[in-house]
Design a protein around this ligand. Structure first.
Ligand code: ADP
Ligand code: F6P
Length: 322
């Protein structure tokens, strides 16, 4: 006996690599458990527009390796209104759909919560490259985004060393510094600027001059977009120490390409877990993995909890980049 007879799945907000692997896991797991499954095109706007199609095993063939989302995504102002939410719930109910899995960030989770309160059983999957969702060690897409940044910095090191320059690399993350932190530690960056930790460009410039004086032949500065603009940071530092700097803004390249195996496995585990929680009658929860264990946490708690910044990793990165 399953608590839900039919479920729908949608992707919402900024897309991320691994969303397709999550959609695939939701569809295959639902069908395995004898539950009908529908795909909603273009996030909550598709829910309002009734752009909902039943899916089968073949609907999600050959997508585990693809970035982006076959269901596409959208940002929908209309869905932030009670009327939009009511219409979305009605469109689901008219098809006999009693469960919904939302793959997105915290904004999308807020939407899932509104549907929960309208009687639709919902589960949230943390689909965003930002890694800014609490109660999961990592979000779907984060590992791939960090790998893209690290690969770019590997390339930048070569040319910055040839010219004995500093390289300022601006990365995504919205108001969260996790991409900069993890990519900075993995790349041996000398400086990592994140919104969670105040910075002083004069101190950075002085430390860079000392490093060059002691034989370093390049300097890598990672700037999370929430901490400022790469161009502004480069200009301020150059004004203090005169060391030639070049700025690279990685932008949306961090959001594309094939997901790493880590993101594919995370997405597969979470997609299947969300289906099993709905079948067991659970609702209004965000699915995550903490220390390897699958967890489901109230969405209300998740969206009202700021993810703690990992100062231990931050200090390690600086200690090892002397
Ligand atoms: P993310 O999910 O990546 O944080 P957004 O913050 O853009 O992305 O949210 C995605 C969509 O979720 C929005 O376009 C809107 O349709 C819906 N949404 C966001 N916040 C709310 C809210 N408080 N109530 C209802 N729907 C919301
Ligand atoms: O939330 C994911 C994210 O990539 C952020 O890191 C970034 O600031 C934002 O989306 C960009 O939004 P858009 O794709 O709408 O330009």
């Amino acid at each position: 006996m399953t608590a839900v007879k039919s479920i729908a799945v949608l992707t919402s907000g900024g897309d991320s690599q691994g969303m397709n692997a999550a959609v695939r896991a939701v569809v295959r797991s639902a069908l395995y458990h004898g539950v009908k499954v529908f795909g909603v095109q273009r996030g909550y706007q598709g829910l309002i527009n009734n752009d909902i199609t039943e899916m089968d095993l073949r609907s999600v063939g050959d997508i585990i390796q693809r970035g982006g989302t076959i269901l596409q995504t959208a940002r929908s102002k209309e869905f932030t209104t009670p009327e939009g939410q009511q219409l979305g719930a009605e469109n689901l109910r008219n098809r006999g759909i009693d469960g919904l899995i939302v793959i997105g960030g915290d904004g999308s989770y807020q939407g899932a919560n509104k549907l929960s309160k309208l009687g639709i059983k919902t589960m949230g999957l943390p689909g965003t490259i930002d890694n800014d969702i609490a109660f999961t060690d990592f979000t779907i897409g984060f590992d791939t985004a960090v790998s893209i940044v690290v690969d770019a910095i590997n390339k930048l090191r070569d040319t910055m060393t040839s010219h004995e320059r500093s390289s300022v690399v601006e990365v995504m993350g919205r108001h969260c510094g996790e991409i900069a932190l993890y990519a900075g530690l993995a790349s041996g960056a000398e400086t990592i600027l994140v919104p969670e930790v105040p910075h002083d460009c004069q101190e950075i410039a002085k430390r860079m001059s000392d490093n060059f004086a002691h034989g370093k032949r390049h300097s890598i500065i990672l700037v999370a977009e929430g901490a400022g603009k790469g161009d502004d940071i480069a200009r301020q530092i150059m004004e203090h120490n005169g060391i030639d700097a070049r700025v690279t803004v990685l932008g949306h390249i961090q959001r594309g390409g094939t997901p790493t195996h880590t993101d594919r496995i995370l997405a597969s585990r979470l997609g299947d877990f969300a289906v099993r929680r709905l079948i067991e009658g659970d609702s209004g929860k965000s699915c995550g993995v903490i220390k390897g264990e699958l967890v489901a946490t109230d969405i209300d708690l998740v969206v009202n909890t700021k993810r703690p910044f990992n100062m231990e990793l931050y200090n390690l990165a600086l200690r090892l980049s002397q």
